[in-house]
Design a protein around this ligand. Structure first.
Ligand SMILES: *[C@@H]1O[C@H](CO)[C@@H](O)[C@H](O)[C@H]1NC(C)=O
Ligand SMILES: *[C@@H]1O[C@H](CO)[C@@H](O)[C@H](O)[C@H]1NC(C)=O
Ligand SMILES: *[C@@H]1O[C@H](CO)[C@@H](O)[C@H](O)[C@H]1NC(C)=O
Length: 805
């Protein structure tokens, strides 16, 4: 059987020939060493993605797409760049070459690269974020690296997953800066630490753009299979490219042999005048003149460029016809996030000023690590604006969306904007403002729908975005109520409640939303707080706010559905079912009864609190320190003192003191006992009993400090506190309170300026690695740790970078 190569793929034949000659040794080649980070990077890519080699195709197509996008955007201002190749496309061709090697050629008609750009883009890591990439890649597991590579635009190095040798021919677009572009080749093999850049011996064969030739490794021959290639493109790339992707295929067809003779003649003729776009059928059988008359079938090989991404992009399609998998794959390809999104929403609309659009909003499964680093800076880098299916920009400025919403990943395709619209123009029209409002409305609708219809999914959303909603409720007054509805809180009764659910559960007469805030504390800990003792015992629900944002949230909101928030650590707590008269009377009676103790304690606690009062919030605890209505709770006080400078601390302490109350529980036997003892103290006109007074003072002091601690405040002097506790313990054990502890110790020997002798270093012999610097390497299989000596060069730098150890 004899197979004619079709003339159809004329361009590619030329290129393939060019590739062959690229190895030619008679061309002057400029040799470069890879920048050291590139070597590191290539190693990471190849090692970590070894089991996931398919990604190379996705990455190279993604790069091709970027080059085409860049060309199209440049052409808006400088149409000249389009010369050389009319159509913007990506072509993929896999074949066995005459020399027996297997090759894949991926080609685009994009912006192309000058020799300098070839060197810089492929041989150095000038791109921003690369060192960040390296740092993260070296600390991430394998799957993570795959995601990172795409996200950092370093996909070219994935070529070496499948290829021993890579050639990149590129012809930059013709422009005013580069009026006479010349086609150059970048060539590198997988195991070399250098690459070469030289003029393409075949001249400017590409017209424009970049062609990557991969010479496949022995164990990656499977990629010659066009079905496999088509599957990979369909799965990962057909969504991401706005430009057609063509795959070269050959199939064998059987045709009746009767017309064999005419066929051959026709083919002979057509060879000279064939149109590139036509499918050409070639005869593959030897023609035997004698058998020509017999009706017989024969095989012909048909060459074809298959258009792989011929479907319209999914945002244009009717949502009913798009499968979940398609939405997910589109998301991955477009936003380079390989974790499945939590939810999405696909809709179309009109901005109200005559611009109709289609959009898909995605909720990613996690927030970017940097999200909370700059709480107030907003930047929506994943709001991709398209016009008539053509990508325009993903940078709509800092305020495109408010902070609370800027993590969404959105694609918006506007029908009625000019293709050459610039970001500045967009910002000066109403379009952006209107789109912003529409997107926010839909984001909220979508979240609300998840909340109402899918509680499991909503729990996931809460885990990631719970705090974001609280931030949003503070930040975005216009959408406040909808955002508040999305917030959830722990309480002493449930581990998740909305404010509306809370209100539905409020007791008769209750006219406050009770909350306890203590930054960084777990709900289980807060649930045992002295402040909610009585509320809890009586069956009232209390929000337990352990996150710093929680308290900011309630202080901003202050009132929800006409019910006020009440910090249970502050004065002013009302259950709502008290009989004001009765309660007042009871407090008055108690205050009268406990007057001697209240007065005496006030004297003892005057450094700490403004007043000592009878409590209505304590059940089993003897006392607590609460903040005044407008004072600082322990939570706020801690937040402030962590930021306050030394100079301010004095005044702050003075201020905070004035805002605190010591509440005592009249039912506590301890308090009752203390009252009796205070009453027994000699009156002022009697002989003072110094010993009894000192003892009581000590008890009071421990009691007050204990109350501070229980209430979350700092004890002014914790050394003093423990000395007192020590004395009280001695008393209860019947040990002498004054018996001193023997505090004699052996003093340090005199100063010794002597140089040490060898013997002093003997211990080094017992250390692994002696005095060599190194690192401990845990070996989990043996449950041991071993010492790896780090080799150092003359300049003191480690010979092996960490990742090799
Ligand atoms: C891709 O575009 C180039 C011109 O830019 C054209 O010559 C070529 O035929 C196109 N490829 C296919 C398969 O259509
Ligand atoms: C955009 O293109 C239109 C015609 O397509 C032209 O009239 C207009 O001046 C262009 N605007 C800019 C800013 O280039
Ligand atoms: C809430 O509590 C219930 C039962 O106490 C438990 O099954 C559930 O997992 C908890 N949910 C969360 C988010 O902690």
């Amino acid at each position: 059987m004899r197979i004619f190569r079709s003339l159809l793929f004329g361009l590619s034949v030329v290129s393939a020939g060019g590739v062959l000659a690229q190895d030619a040794s008679d061309i002057p080649k400029q040799k470069h060493d890879y920048q050291s980070d590139v070597a590191r990077l290539r190693k990471i890519v190849v090692n970590s993605l070894y089991s996931n080699r398919d990604v190379f195709l996705r990455e190279l197509i993604s790069n091709a797409n970027d080059a085409l996008e860049k060309l199209r955007l440049t052409a808006l201002k400088e149409p000249e760049v389009l010369t050389g190749a009319e159509e913007l496309n990506v072509t993929i061709k896999a074949f066995k070459d005459d020399d027996g090697s297997s090759r894949i050629i991926i080609r685009d008609t994009g912006i192309g690269m000058t020799p300098e750009e070839l060197t810089i883009n492929l041989g150095t890591l000038a791109k921003s974020g690369t060192s960040e990439f390296l740092a993260r890649a070296e600390n991430t597991d394998t799957t993570g690296t795959g995601n990172l590579i795409g996200a950092f635009g370093l996909g070219f190095y994935s070529s070496f997953l499948v290829a021993d040798q890579v050639y990149v021919s590129s012809l930059a677009a013709k422009s005013s800066r580069n009026p006479e572009p010349v086609q150059y080749v970048f060539s590198s093999s997988a195991d070399e630490s250098s690459f070469e850049v030289y003029p393409d011996p075949h001249g400017n064969t590409l017209g424009r753009g970049t062609e990557i030739t991969l010479v496949l490794k022995d164990d990656t021959q499977e990629y010659l299979d066009t079905h496999k290639l088509a599957d990979l493109v369909n799965k990962h790339s057909s969504f991401s490219s706005q430009f057609p992707i063509y795959l070269f295929t050959q199939r064998t067809e059987q045709v009746p042999d009767e017309e064999a003779v005419e066929e051959v003649q026709a083919a002979e003729e057509s060879k000279t005048e064939v149109d590139e776009d036509e499918v050409v059928v070639e005869d593959t059988t030897e023609i035997d003149e004698n058998e020509a008359k017999e009706p017989k079938m024969k095989d012909v090989v048909v060459d074809e460029w298959i258009h792989l991404n011929s479907q319209p992009p999914i945002w244009i399609r009717d949502p009913k016809t798009v499968t979940d998998e398609e939405y997910e794959l589109f998301y991955q390809a477009t936003f380079k996030d390989f974790d499945k999104p939590l939810a999405w929403h696909h809709f179309s609309g009109d901005t109200g000023s005559g611009v109709s659009f289609r959009a898909i909003i995605y909720i990613p499964s996690r927030l970017d690590e940097s999200y909370w680093n700059n709480p107030l800076v907003s930047s929506s880098k994943d709001l991709r604006l398209m016009v008539k299916r053509t990508f325009i920009t993903s940078d709509l400025g800092e305020d495109a969306l408010p902070k609370w919403a800027n993590w969404v990943k959105v694609i918006v395709d506007a029908e009625d904007l000019p293709l050459n619209v610039s970001r500045e123009q967009l910002q000066s029209t109403k379009f952006l403002k209107q789109i912003r409002q529409i997107l926010l409305r839909h984001i909220l609708q979508m979240l609300t729908r998840v909340m109402e219809e899918d509680s499991e999914k909503f729990e996931e959303v809460q885990k990631v975005y719970g705090n974001v909603f609280k931030l949003g409720a503070v930040e975005d007054k216009r959408n406040r109520d909808k955002l508040v509805a999305l917030t959830r809180f722990y309480t002493n009764q449930k581990n998740s409640t909305s404010l509306d659910e809370y209100l539905a559960n409020k007791k008769q007469g209750q006219n406050q939303i009770f909350y306890l805030a203590d930054m960084g504390k777990k709900p289980e800990f807060l649930a045992k707080s002295v402040f909610i003792e009585k509320l809890d015992a009586r069956g009232y629900e209390v929000l337990l706010l352990g996150d710093p944002l929680d308290e900011i949230f309630v202080q901003n909101l202050r009132v929800w559905k006409k019910v006020q928030f009440q910090d249970v650590a502050k004065a002013g707590l009302k259950f709502g079912d008290e009989d004001p008269e009765e309660e007042k009377e009871e407090i008055e009676v108690m205050t009268e009864k406990f007057r001697p103790l209240l007065d005496w304690l006030k004297g003892q606690a005057e450094d700490v609190v403004r007043e000592v009062v009878i409590s209505n919030r304590l059940v089993s605890s003897s006392c607590a320190v609460v903040a005044d209505m407008f004072g600082y709770t322990a939570n706020i006080e801690r937040m402030m003192s962590s930021t306050a400078n030394q100079g301010n601390q004095g005044t702050m302490h003075e201020f905070a003191k004035k805002q605190k109350l010591l509440e005592i529980n009249p039912k506590s036997p301890l308090i009752q006992g203390l009252l009796r003892r205070v009453e027994q103290l000699p009156a002022e006109d009697e002989e003072p009993d110094a010993e009894a007074e000192a003892e009581l003072k000590e008890v009071a002091s421990v009691l007050i400090d204990g109350a501070l601690v229980r209430s979350g405040f700092h004890v002014p002097d914790s050394n003093e506190f423990f000395t007192r506790v020590d004395r009280i313990l001695r008393r209860s054990l019947g040990v002498s309170e004054t018996a001193p502890t023997d505090t004699t110790v052996k003093p340090a020997p005199p100063v010794d300026p002597e140089i040490h002798t060898e013997d002093d270093f003997a211990f080094l012999d017992d250390l692994p690695g002696g005095d060599q610097p190194g690192v401990y390497i845990p070996d989990s299989s043996k449950g041991q740790v071993s010492w790896e000596v780090e080799e150092i060069d003359e300049e003191g730098n480690p010979v092996h970078p960490r990742d090799e150890l």
